[in-house]
Structure formats: C-alpha cells, structure tokens
Design a protein around this ligand. Sequence first.
Ligand code: PHE
Length: 350
Amino acid sequence: MSDDPKDQLDALSTSFREEVEAALDEDALYAVQVKYLGKKGLVSRQRAHMGKLAPEQRKAFGQAFNQTKGALEQLLAARREALTEAARSLRLARREDLTMLAQRRSAGSLHPITHTRRRLEAVFRGMGYDVLDGPHVEHQQYNFDDLNFQPDHPARDMQDTFFVQGRAGTDVDPLVLRTHTSPVQIRAMLTRPPPVRVIAQGTVFRRDDDATHSPMFHQIEGLCIDRGVGMADLKATLYRFVQAFFGSDLQVRLRPSFFPFVEPGAEFDMQCPFGREPSCRVCKGSGWIELGGSGMVHPAVLDAVDIDPEVYTGWAFGFGIDRMAMLLHAVPHMRLLFESDVRFLEQFPC
Ligand code: PHE
C-alpha cells in the first residue's frame, strides 16, 4: 500500500464498500462498521496521520478524511436500510404466500369414556352425591370378603381376577386388581358416618377379553345409606338419573338377580332411547338396554363396616361406563376405546 495517507484512505474506502456489499444481514454489517468506523477502526485510525503532515497538506487531508468518512457512513446507513427492507419483504412474502398448504392444527378432545364419565358424575353431583375413586390395587378383604363373597365364589377364581399378591389361605394380605368399584363402598362406609351418599368411579380389571369385554374397563357405582331407605328410592334414583342423562322420559325396570353384597339384588335396564325398532342395533329390538346391577346393601356388609343394619338400610348400583359410551356412540368393539387410534378418537369432538 502507498505511504500517501490519501491513497490509504481511498484503498480503505474501496475495501469498505466491498465488505458492506458482501454483508448479508444486520450482524455482518455491524461487524464491518466496527472494523472500519469504530473508535479504533481502520478508517478512524487514519486521522492520526494529521499530526504528521505539513500544515499546508493537513487542511486538504482533513477535508478528504471528513468527506470519505461521511460518504462511508452514508453508504452504511443505505445498506442497513436496504437489508431491513429486504428482511421485511421476505417476512411479508412468507406470510402472504397463499399457495402454501394450510397447517391443520388438531385441537384434541376428551376421550369418549372421560366425556361419558364426566357427564355421569355431573348428574349425580346434581343429586347431592360425592364422587370418589379408590386404589386399583385393592385388599381382597375389601374387594370380596367384606362384600360378602363366600370363599368359594367363582369371581375369586384366577379365571376372573388378577391376583397381585398372596392367595386365600396364606398369611400375606392378598391384593387383587379390583374387579369392580364396589370396594369403594366399604372404604366410604369405613370413613363416613351415615348418611352416606357417594358415587364411586374408575378403572376395574377382570380376566375377560372379547368384543364387548376388555381386561380393563370402567365402572360407576352409587351408594346410599340412611335410615328408612328402600328399593323404591333406588328405583326412583335410577329413573331420575336416566332422565337427566338422556333427557327424555325413559322408564327403568328391575329384574331379580344375585350379587353377594345386596339382598334383594336386581339387574336394572333402561328403555332404549332409540325406540323399539326391530332393527335397532343397541337394544336388538327388545326395547330395553341392560345397564348394570343393583340392590339393597346386604346386612352382612353393613355388619362388616360396623353400621347397625337394624338402624340403617341402603342401596347400591353399579354399571359400566365403557358400555354406556359404546351404546351412546354405537361403538362396535370395545378394543377401539383403548387403542388410542386418532382416526377413531377424532370422531368424538367433545
Ligand atoms: N359390582 C357389581 C358388578 O361389578 C355391580 C353392582 C354394584 C351390583 C352395586 C349391585 C350393586 O357386577
């Protein structure tokens, strides 16, 4: 490079211009600015030459320096504006590209069982019931013994029940995956003095697997313990529930049945909300849908939890939430409810 300060200034101007042109974004531009025009930048340092020049040259160099510096600053400002503008129009162009495929956001929704369960709970809450859940791994005592299941009852069989720890006749406290929500009746009565009005809901487990049974499913159960309650209160409650849930005047009927923890025991059916069509896939033309089991709490169960059966009576009922969801939505196979297949689940936008 020439020793002449003016030549040096010109050479710096040239490389400055090149580098400014090459800077493609704000950061790169700033780096060039610091390199040349910063306090100790290449151009700024040229000012030091002033002191070494003869007085007659000094003025001319001073003018040239200021001119050059001014021009470079203008160049920098122009480039900065151009870059900002380019970035802006790129952003706008991206945003307004109508040829871009729209990204469909899936909103997600409640699982049909959760949706059904929440609706069921809301109905019973409205009637003054507390909603409870209990542990899935349950004492055999609460799942069977205190509910008056005899030691040889077939439900206790390995065929029906998942044993988690111990078997009858051993010293270990036998634990099972609860086969129904009824042990929550025991837990409720052990912890709440009567009157008791509770709903128990949650997951239950049985060794069962076909189109309408799954080894894991969900139940909802009602329990009412008070002085002087009877079968008529049970039926009235079921009737009110069906009305509130399905929103129309559907009848409920009880059919004698057996469950060890109720006496008398009954299965309960509701009238099919789709009428009595011979071709109806829900009630198969019978006009009635089987919902679940019910009955008056057995005195032996009240004894087991130290409630005097001479003073208090009570009723209970229980049915499957999954079956209810299947009925409501005409789901052909229970497994569909548990496979988490989005194509199935997105059909329930609730
Ligand atoms: N626990 C019973 C079952 O799982 C249902 C039931 C509940 C029956 C309450 C009577 C009273 O089949």
